[in-house]
Design a protein. Structure first.
Length: 127
């Protein structure tokens, strides 16, 4: 049986973001995808492959009238989604810090968890 494959179109920063989002995910498909992305990012970085096409930004963004969303917002959304899907124990250290900082700043921690967070101890999330 043949496996159908498709080619999405991503920018280098988007590929790097997907690659880092898969860090720590132990699912076999994630490991395969991460390796394919690593190879693609490396080939792009050394100029071995070129972009398939170029997309122009809207004129408002080109002249600076419409600010782009900060990367941290999308990173937080990704981290929250990963924590929801796989649990915080599957997050990388940097993702876990983003996650627990969000919980702390939105008053979602118990007093005991807040005390541990303030000491820099996130081990309670790794259980």
């Amino acid at each position: 049986m043949a496996i159908k494959k498709y080619r999405p179109s991503f920018s280098l920063p988007e590929l790097q973001h997907i690659y880092s989002a898969l860090d720590g995910n132990m699912h076999p498909s994630s490991k395969t995808i991460r390796e394919q992305l690593r190879q693609m990012i490396l080939k792009i970085s050394v100029g071995a492959i070129a972009a398939s096409h170029t997309v122009r930004l809207p004129i408002e963004q080109e002249i600076g009238m419409e600010p782009e969303l900060p990367a941290a917002d999308s990173d937080l959304a990704t981290v929250l989604n990963l924590a929801r899907l796989h649990g915080p124990s599957m997050l990388t250290d940097s993702q876990l810090e983003t996650y627990v900082t969000h919980l702390y700043s939105t008053d979602q921690l118990t007093p005991e968890q807040e005390a541990l967070f303030e000491q820099g101890d996130y081990s309670w999330l790794r259980k």
